[in-house]
Write a protein that binds this ligand. Structure first.
Ligand SMILES: [Zn+2]
Length: 419
């Protein structure tokens, strides 16, 4: 739907989170980091002005800023039922994707699923999205071609980025160079998956060399298990100690860091900050996949130690990871659901009005879109609005309406009417 906002007065005394503001002076924030603001839009759908509310009390609308999904896998989305993983673990997921791909994916199949993911993300207020795309030697197509089409078709609605994802040992020889060229051609990143095995150091070296050769940034899956103790992070830090790297490096997952002693976590986090590394935590995937060894209720939570990384000044965003596939059966490309679950899983006890940065400004900055995620005069009015009495209530599903606003128009609406 594309209807005008129900009425502009709803934007008087709307509660906005601190993370969405460039200039916080004059705003009266509550303990949740929210302040009432008067938000006016112009006829072109841009924010004309954003000021501290002239009149108390706060109205009954709560605003969230433009949202960023920094780590997902839209190429595999929605395969859960078609390619089931009865074991619910990594091995089962890998076997399931092998079986499904053995039949070959058509461009139509890939496009339908990838576009459905983008429609969901758009409806949930996402303005920028980074997806990993499986890029083993026999799997470059049809997804890279479809991705290029989608990036063109969705320009102006969602800024799309891609990461070439594959086991780091597969970067050897001609395929590594082929992938380097493909990434450079598509403005994509290199995304090796590092495993804590005997080849780890060599694989890290190879990946950095390749990225350097083709002038690529890196966004790697790393330490996503309980086998080592941040072995991948240590290998990356050692490499950066030996030799500076020109590009940006993001580490996705980093679960086994939480198996180290507290002082060791702090030390590694400080080294990561010194090298300018960023981290994307993926709490829903981690809660689902980690600590399945015993086949029982998990003992180890398995999530990224986000608080320690943040204390050391490492930028940490939250991502949704896989959506309704053989790896993770959950997820609907909704960063606010990821934020809620991430705060719960990782005990992010910071004010919600600051934590929202992890799915807006910080996520945007990590993926190189530093101007993303603010509500500011002169920018497109891209908001998620809840009619709710409290931001925690809103993210708990206790609201009567949720509106996604893009360029001042309501593009998605969800109403709840409990008599
Ligand atoms: Zn992932």
């Amino acid at each position: 739907m594309n209807a005008a906002l129900p009425s502009l007065p709803l934007l008087h005394a709307v509660r906005v989170p601190r993370a969405a503001l460039i200039d916080t002076s004059g705003f009266a924030f509550d303990r949740d980091g929210y302040a009432p603001a008067d938000l006016t839009l112009d006829e072109s759908g841009q924010v004309a002005a954003l000021r501290p509310a002239a009149a108390a009390p706060a109205g009954d609308w709560i605003a969230f800023p433009p949202l960023v999904e920094p780590h997902t896998h839209i190429d595999k989305a929605f395969l859960r039922a078609r390619a089931p993983n009865p074991e619910h673990d990594f091995q089962g997921a890998r076997a399931a994707i092998e079986r499904d791909r053995a039949g070959g994916w058509t461009p139509t199949d890939a496009r339908e699923r990838m576009e459905r993911a983008l429609r969901l993300a758009y409806g949930h207020g996402v303005v920028a999205l980074r997806t990993h795309i499986d890029s083993q030697p026999d799997r470059l197509q049809p997804c890279w071609e479809v991705f290029a089409q989608l990036r063109h078709d969705w320009a102006g609605r969602i800024t799309l980025q891609a990461v070439a994802s594959l086991g780091s040992s597969k970067l050897v020889g001609a395929h590594g160079d082929r992938l380097g060229e493909l990434c450079a051609r598509n403005g994509a990143l290199l995304g090796p998956v590092f495993y804590a095995d005997a080849e780890l150091t060599a694989n890290v070296e190879r990946a950095f060399d390749l990225a350097e050769r083709y002038q690529l940034d890196l966004d790697v899956h790393i330490d996503e298990d309980n086998r080592g103790r941040a072995d991948g992070l240590r290998a990356v830090l050692d490499r950066l100690d030996r030799q500076p790297f020109r590009g940006r490096v993001n580490l996705s997952h980093l679960c086994s860091l939480s198996r180290c002693e507290a002082n060791e976590i702090d030390l590694l986090a400080r080294r990561a900050a010194e090298h300018g590394l960023s981290v994307i935590g993926l709490p829903i995937a981690n809660l689902h996949l980690q600590d399945r060894d015993r086949g029982d209720t998990p003992y180890w939570r398995g999530v990224t130690p986000i608080n320690a990384l943040t204390r050391a000044d490492v930028d940490v965003a939250l991502g949704g990871d896989n959506s309704q596939d053989m790896f993770v059966p959950w997820g609907a490309l909704d960063p606010l659901a990821v934020l809620r679950d991430g705060m719960l899983a990782a005990h992010l006890d910071e004010p919600l009005g600051d934590a929202v940065a992890r799915v807006s400004t910080v996520a945007g900055s990590i993926i190189g879109l530093g101007d993303c995620g603010r509500i500011r005069a002169g920018a497109s009015a891209d908001l998620t609005l809840f009619r709710s009495h409290d931001p925690f209530a809103a993210l708990s599903g206790d609201y009567s309406e949720r509106l996604t606003v893009r360029g001042g128009l309501v593009v998605a609406r969800r109403s709840v009417d409990i008599a």
